[in-house]
Design a binder for this molecule. Structure first.
Ligand SMILES: NC(=O)c1ccc[n+]([C@@H]2O[C@H](COP(=O)([O-])OP(=O)(O)OC[C@H]3O[C@@H](n4cnc5c(N)ncnc54)[C@H](O)[C@@H]3O)[C@@H](O)[C@H]2O)c1
Length: 371
């Protein structure tokens, strides 16, 4: 198969769909890999790294799209990219179609087959191509939060680990899923006194079994949250209710009960945010102050560490990419129901129930397309 990887064109996107290592694995299986010139530069991979892996460097996105049987990307195709997709071509990337009728319409019109990273599943009921970005955002949250806590950035001027004779920062993590667990691990590693709140008892039992005394955990109620935030230096919002907007767990009135200069890091901002006063910010201007409480609410946190994010995403997508390339999408999806769960669009038909419901479009059962 000819596998094409264009340079990402969405503003502030520095990741790339294929690493040189992924390209090398594909080439070793007899595939041809076409990388748009400088596609990996934002993640620290120059053209020479891809050439050494056996890939070909292509001058323009137009040529990549025109030549490749499968396009591997990071972000959803932008309008100009969607015009270049054609019937029978395979697209493997993040799509997030439910809130995006224009993109959905264009993909259906193109006749391409589109597999969305975010709906591929795993045997544990998880989302293996979303998890790496949650791991990145979770581990980044205490890092950006601790920077925000510094005096010059509007914070309380508290050091995460304290020093001998001075206690550590108090960090509350609301939501103990993928983001919350990684945030708690890093905050505890920095020496902070960490408490994780979650609504799921099985999840709290898991955290207790695995992490023991590394951090505390507590059942999440409005009362527990109200009490804990009064002494917190940092609160990290990491909740998710699948298919719903994030619940608002700290109100504006409650900010006055917190210590001046305390920091809220709202990782759930991509689902609307879990603090009433959260509004999405960018890496260029990430923090703002409401009533003396500093907020960090960047919706695309993994973009700050593009190289780590590219490699983490590439590790997760590579086995699926290789299977699609070696077997073709039909056989690959026949052999793997979790990959089939990623199929969103095929030959002008929508194949993902939740997107159909959100956009009021008829959906075809993807299993009927496999024969
Ligand atoms: N800003 C970014 O760049 C970025 C990056 C990755 C993920 N995210 C977002 O981070 C959030 C968390 O993602 P995840 O992968 O960790 O999800 P997850 O499903 O692994 O974890 C969510 C956890 O929240 C818990 N929860 C739900 N309601 C709660 C409540 N009221 N109180 C306490 N806990 C509650 C659930 O029990 C679950 O354990 C999502 O909104 C996701 O979209 C943002």
């Amino acid at each position: 198969m000819k596998i094409g990887c264009p340079k990402e064109i969405k503003p502030q996107e520095f990741r790339v769909g294929m690493t040189p290592n992924a390209a090398q694995e594909a080439v070793a299986r007899g595939h041809e890999v076409l990388i748009e010139t400088n596609a990996g530069i934002g993640s620290g991979f120059d053209n020479d790294a891809y050439i050494a892996a056996g890939a070909r460097i292509i001058d323009t996105a137009e040529e990549v799209f025109a030549t490749a049987d499968m396009i591997v990307k990071v972000k959803e195709p932008q309008a100009v990219e969607r015009k270049m997709l054609r019937e029978g071509q395979l697209l493997f990337t993040y799509l997030h179609l439910a809130p995006d009728p224009d993109q959905t319409h264009d993909l259906l019109e193109s006749g391409c087959t589109a597999i969305a990273y975010e709906t591929v599943t795993d045997a544990n009921g998880g989302l293996p191509l979303l998890a790496p970005m949650s791991e990145v955002a979770g581990r980044l949250a205490p890092q950006v939060g601790s920077w925000t806590l510094q005096k010059a950035n509007g914070g309380r001027g508290v050091l995460m680990g304290g020093v001998p004779g001075v206690g550590p920062a108090k960090v509350i993590v609301i939501g103990g899923g993928v983001v919350g667990t990684h945030a708690a691990k890093i905050a505890a590693g920095m020496g902070a006194d960490v408490t994780v709140l979650d609504r799921s008892l099985p999840r709290l039992r898991y955290l207790d079994d695995v992490f023991g005394d590394t951090f505390n955990n507590q059942y999440s109620t409005a009362g527990a949250t109200a009490e804990l935030i009064q002494t917190a230096d940092m609160v990290i919002g990491a909740v998710l209710i699948p298919g719903a907007a994030a619940p608002k767990l700290i109100s504006r009135e409650q900010l006055s009960t917190m210590k001046p200069g305390a920091v809220l890091v709202d990782v759930a901002i991509d689902q609307g945010g879990c603090f009433e006063t959260s509004k999405a910010t960018t890496h260029a201007d990430p923090i703002y102050d409401v009533d003396g409480i500093m907020h960090y609410c960047v919706a695309n946190m993994p973009g700050a560490v593009a190289r780590t994010s590219t490699i983490a995403l590439g590790n997760a997508t590579m086995p699926f990419m290789l299977s699609l390339a070696s077997k073709g999408w039909k056989q690959a999806c026949k052999d793997d129901a979790h990959l089939l769960a990623g199929l969103n669009v095929h030959a002008g038909k929508l194949t993902y129930e939740a997107v159909g419901t959100a956009l009021n479009i008829d959906v075809v059962d993807p299993t009927t397309l496999l024969n």
